[in-house]
Design a protein around this ligand. Structure first.
Ligand code: ZN
Length: 140
């Protein structure tokens, strides 16, 4: 197959995988999440808590799960392994050039990304702040 380059433009977020130890946010208990609540109404534990976790492999920990979540959609996951960055968002690439694109509401894109990244522990402040329009040259 060889290397294939594609230009992409997405509305989404950028994850910088700074080191192999990262502070991640995980659910504080096993009860169902109550959106917007700081504490679990059933057991009183914090809804979310920070923890340090070793990232063993961004491919299996992050890339693969995200690709599964967004499979067949117009959400894309681009991993730049040289820069150790991942770009995730709704958008278009040169492989989808012939399709016209109806862009969803910004709030919906934001929510979709949050829903996908939070369970994986990657919805951090930095990631949240990177929400916007990104362009990149991706290599697969
Ligand atoms: Zn609980």
């Amino acid at each position: 197959m060889g290397l294939e380059y594609e230009a992409c433009a997405v509305i989404g977020v950028k994850i910088v995988l700074k080191s192999d130890i990262q502070t991640i946010t995980v659910r504080g208990c096993s009860h169902p999440e109550v959106k917007g609540a700081k504490f679990c109404p059933e057991c009183g534990r914090p809804m979310w808590q920070s923890t340090q976790e070793k990232i063993l492999d961004p491919y299996t920990d992050l890339y693969e799960p995200l690709c599964r979540v967004f499979q067949g959609s117009l959400y894309h996951v681009y991993w730049n392994s040289e820069e150790n960055e991942m770009l995730i968002g709704f958008g278009a690439s040169t492989s989808y050039a012939s399709k016209s694109l109806v862009i969803p509401l910004m709030d919906d894109i934001y929510q979709t990304l949050q829903d996908a990244l939070q369970p994986l522990g990657y919805w951090t402040e930095d990631v949240e702040e990177s929400f916007g329009f990104h362009v990149a040259l991706a290599c697969s």
